[in-house]
Write a protein that binds this ligand. Structure first.
Ligand code: ADP
Ligand code: MG
Length: 355
């Protein structure tokens, strides 16, 4: 069946649903217990099945403590974080890092290799050059010379991980785990919730979601995928089976304006420029850290490069990619087509590792 055929229209499967919060990605029945809080500079929401309504408060507090602890370790904005210490000691000496930070850096390197370098946690100096990570936004485009100089500092193999320590081999290098840390945090919160005996829950951390169980006996959790060209509407809804995770990377999320042109916060580490050809990528798979890293990786790889990366993850990873062009095109793997109820926001095309 063509992927177009796999997409059922909203009318066919219409049901009453309301947006949970300002993020219209996620839909639920309004009576479910839910709490939101801020961590890692963004919004997190925990929703439990109705059986566990009385546990929403302590569960949210516990998840929040997990997220805040990981933020303290891994924020590039905090001078006392392990990530900042690694940058300060670049080219000088290895730094002993907490176990979770070590694990995130190892995963970052692994996804860097598997994505042939398009996912690159050492792209941080370039992000700063373009005005991200708290740096001042430049008035003019960075020069080829300044980009070329920083490209020499971008190489995930220059991060040496050994026996609980992390070392950046060249002075001036730095790491940024912003493309993977929220997914990792969700997986830790997911493990905690299961160990605490919570069966039905949804964790939403700024476009990264993982679910367990179901909100009601009749159906799976429903996630809305935001339309990258119209923030107030969605491309469609995904019915997410228990245990699965979904992550969206979008150019509309964070960007800088230089000379009237928007530049997204995701950097192509091969060129040193922000990615311009992708509007959004949504990845569906078995765990949140993979979904988070790969949504960023496919965003950089774009339509052309994504098939190559997809080969390494088929069939465990499904993907919806919207190129940054008009009219709207939805490129999706067959497995994604199976779970998406489209709003007919654009024409759909099959995406596979075959071509
Ligand atoms: P968000 O965190 O905004 O929801 P992503 O998960 O796609 O979106 O991550 C984007 C973040 O990843 C950027 O803000 C930056 O911290 C980091 N990043 C930027 N470019 C890359 C890249 N090529 N590889 C890995 N991480 C990147
Ligand atoms: Mg990501």
């Amino acid at each position: 069946m063509s992927s177009k055929g796999l997409i059922r229209t909203a009318l066919e499967r219409a049901r009453a649903c309301v947006p949970l919060n300002s993020h219209p990605r996620f839909f639920q029945t309004p009576e479910l217990p839910s709490q939101a809080f801020r961590s890692m500079g963004t919004l997190a929401t925990i929703t439990l099945g109705s059986d566990c309504a009385d546990r929403i408060e302590p569960v949210t507090q516990h998840v929040r403590a997990i997220f805040d602890r990981l933020e303290r370790e891994m924020s590039a904005y905090r001078s006392d974080s392990a990530i900042s210490e690694i940058a300060r000691m670049a080219g000088v000496a290895p730094v002993k890092v907490p176990a979770d930070t070590y694990q995130v850096l190892s995963l970052g390197q692994r996804f860097g290799s598997l994505s042939v370098g398009v996912f690159n946690i050492t792209a941080a100096p370039l992000a700063s050059l373009w005005g991200f990570n708290g740096a001042a936004v430049p008035n003019t485009l960075p020069s080829d010379q300044s980009i070329g100089k920083l490209l020499k500092l971008v190489d995930h193999r220059g991060l040496v991980l050994h026996d609980g320590t992390a070392f950046l081999s060249l002075k001036g290098m730095s790491v940024d785990v912003g493309g993977i840390a929220k997914g990792y945090a969700i997986d830790r919160a997911y493990d905690y919730c299961l160990s605490a005996g919570i069966r039905d829950f949804l964790i939403d951390f700024s476009g990264n979601v993982r679910v367990a169980g179901r909100p009601s006996r009749r159906e799976d959790w429903q996630i809305g995928v935001r339309d990258p060209f119209d923030r107030s509407s969605i491309i469609g809804k995904i019915a997410l089976p228990s245990g699965m995770a979904v992550s969206t990377s979008g150019s509309y999320e964070r960007f800088v304006d230089i000379l009237g042109q928007r530049y997204s916060h995701i950097i192509d580490p091969r060129t040193g420029y922000p990615v311009t050809e992708t509007a959004s990528v949504t990845v569906l798979c078995n765990d949140a850290v993979t979904a988070d890293a790969l949504s960023t990786a496919f965003f950089v790889a774009g339509l052309k490069g994504s098939r190559e990366i997809l080969k390494k993850f088929t069939p465990s990873v499904d993907l919806l990619l919207v190129p940054d062009r008009f009219p709207t095109e939805l490129w999706l793997t067959p497995g994604f087509g199976n779970v998406l109820t489209s709003n007919n926001a654009g024409q759909s095309f099959p995406l596979s590792d075959q071509r």
